[in-house]
Structures are given as C-alpha cells and as structure tokens.
Design a protein around this ligand. Structure first.
Ligand code: DGY
Length: 321
C-alpha cells in the first residue's frame, strides 16, 4: 500500500518531522520563509495531509486546488487562518494545538507587561547607546505592578493561567468574558467579573486573551482606549486585529494610555506606520509561545493529529467535529 503524501509548510523540530516521514511521503517547505499563495497552492496538489502554520491562509480557493485533501493539522492554538466552514463542508477534519502553549504564552504576556511598565527595552537601548552617565532620581520612571488592578479580557485557558500569576503581585484581578465563569471558579481563581467598559475604566493593566473571531475584531478601538486610564497599559499576545492599531497609535501618541506591549499586529508581519518610533510601546515578533519545549510539544501534537486523521482515527484536537 502506498504511503500517504504530506506537505509541511515550514521546517519544524526534527523529531516531529521524523514522526511523519516514518509513516508518510513527506515534503517540507525548503525556504526559511512563509510560502506565497501561489507556492502553497502548488504544494497542496496531490497531497493527503497538510501540516500548516498560522501564517498560511487556508481558504476556499486553496481547498479547491485539491478536492482529495483528507486532513489539515494547524501548528497553533489559534485557527483564524483557516476557513473552518469551508473545510467542514468538504469533510476535511482540522486540528489545532491547545493546552501545550498555555503557560508559556501566559509567561510571555507577563514578560511584556513587566518590561513595558518598567520601561526595560527603552532603558536597554539607552544603556547600550552609552547614554548612562550616572544614577538619576527621575530616570526611566515607570508604573508599579504590585497591588494594582489587572484586567483580563478572555478567561479561557491562557487568560486563567495569566490571571493566576497575578497572585504573587498581590493584584486585584478583574475579568471580562462573553461567558461568565461560575462563582466557584471566580472564588477559586480570585477573579471578579466586570462588564468590558467597567473593566477598561478600572484596570491599570488590560491584557487580551480572546480568540480572533468576527465578534472580537477591533474589540479594542478608539472608544475603548478612551475609557482606559491615562496611566494604564494594554498588552496583546492574542491576535493583532483584536485591536484597532490606528486607534492605538493615536492613544499612545496622545498619552491617552501610558503604554502597550504587543506581540501581534493587524497585518503581520507589517507594522502600522510610525509604531516603531514610539517609546511607550514594546514590540515583539509574535513569540509568546516560543520556548524550545513548547514549540517542540506543539509540533509533536500537530503531527499526532495529522497521523491520526490520515488513518481515519479521531484527532485528539479536532476543531470541526
Ligand atoms: C498560536 O498558537 O495561536 C500562537 O499565536 C502561536 O503559537
């Protein structure tokens, strides 16, 4: 019996690739970059399984290139890059990689929060440039973190893990989610529910942990930023389009909020013009899950899903049951 054909859209940790090649005929994107739309369309021709990334757009046009495609495994927990409805209509099961990146992403949201509030990146640039000429009482004053109010928007796996870490800083944790948690959970996790506008008005730090779906696109825009305190910070490790980047630029420029820590952008990898000129924003290139351990686990999970799907077995992390 011939082996199933698989395409992997970016080089992944070797162990994961070995797991695929043990059972399949495998081809991997040979370039160290995202494939163009045309290259991806060429790559999916004649394959049975696709292991793709959040940087690959899987839409109807692409699916029509290969009506025989059997399974798609996305190497990410977010799957806004895939037209799930179109996959379901074609009977293609799609999986993601939930759980394994929760704590690593929560750690990084805290990293961004802390370096932004305490101006670490700005201070590093200053020090490297040889500008440090001695201690100064007004040098790089930032915002305190301990004892402040933390506003968490989205209380799913990552939101919970992020909120849990606030205990060590003795913070007042408030949250908003389309689904309110039970009072037992709220008590256990030490979180209080607020309507989104109230959360924005009360929080000293607002951190976003919602998926990108039509309801969350531009969830934070001009109106929401104006509700925030002038001393507050916005942290986004979720998806760029959840924030209206133009409105955020204005808020940062005009001092409507104190700062922002961003790992994701509206038009990745493009940044809004002028963003890099602002000192009160910390910019990271979508690396919240980028620890060696987590990226390895994500790859193995994606491969296990892919192989199960190819064998017609249940994929542990199927999205479109
Ligand atoms: C995801 O998994 O959705 C992250 O954005 C990348 O790890």
């Amino acid at each position: 019996m011939s082996k199933p054909k698989v395409y992997v859209t970016r080089r992944l940790p070797q162990k994961a690739l070995d797991m695929i090649s043990a059972e399949c005929e495998m081809e991997v994107n040979p370039y160290d970059r995202v494939l163009t739309k045309e290259e991806l369309a060429e790559a999916v021709k004649g394959i049975d399984g696709l292991l793709c990334l959040l940087t690959d757009t899987i839409d109807e046009d692409l699916l029509d290139v290969n009506p025989a495609l059997k399974v798609i495994a996305n190497y990410a927990v977010g799957y806004n890059n895939i037209d799930i409805k179109a996959c379901t209509e074609r009977g293609i099961p799609v999986s993601n990689t939930p759980g394994v990146l929760t704590d690593t992403t929560a750690d990084f949201a805290w990293t961004l929060l802390m370096v932004t509030a305490r101006r670490v990146v700005e201070a590093d640039r200053f020090t490297r440039a040889g500008k440090y000429k001695g201690w100064g009482p007004m040098m790089f004053l930032g915002g305190d973190i301990y004892g402040k109010t933390l506003g968490v928007i989205g209380m799913g796996r990552i939101g919970q893990s992020f909120a849990k870490r606030a205990r060590g800083f003795n913070m007042n944790v408030i949250y908003y989610d389309a689904y309110r948690r039970t009072s037992e959970e709220e008590k256990k996790w030490g979180i209080k529910y607020k309507e989104i506008d109230t959360l924005l008005e009360e929080a000293d730090f607002v951190s976003l942990h919602v998926p990108l779906i039509p309801e969350t696109e531009h969830l934070i825009g001009e109106k929401e930023l104006k509700l925030m305190k002038k001393t507050a910070y916005l942290i986004n490790t979720a998806r760029g389009p959840i924030v209206d980047e133009k409105a955020l630029m204005e808020a940062l420029k005009n001092g409507e909020i104190a700062g922002a820590g961003l790992d994701v952008y509206e038009e990745e990898p493009e940044l809004a013009s002028g963003l890099t000129e602002l000192d009160n924003v910390t910019l990271a290139p979508h690396i919240a899950s980028a620890s060696i351990e987590t990226r390895t686990k994500m790859a193995e999970m994606a491969v296990e899903n892919l192989l199960a799907g190819l064998k017609g077995q249940d994929m542990s992390n199927i999205i479109n049951k």
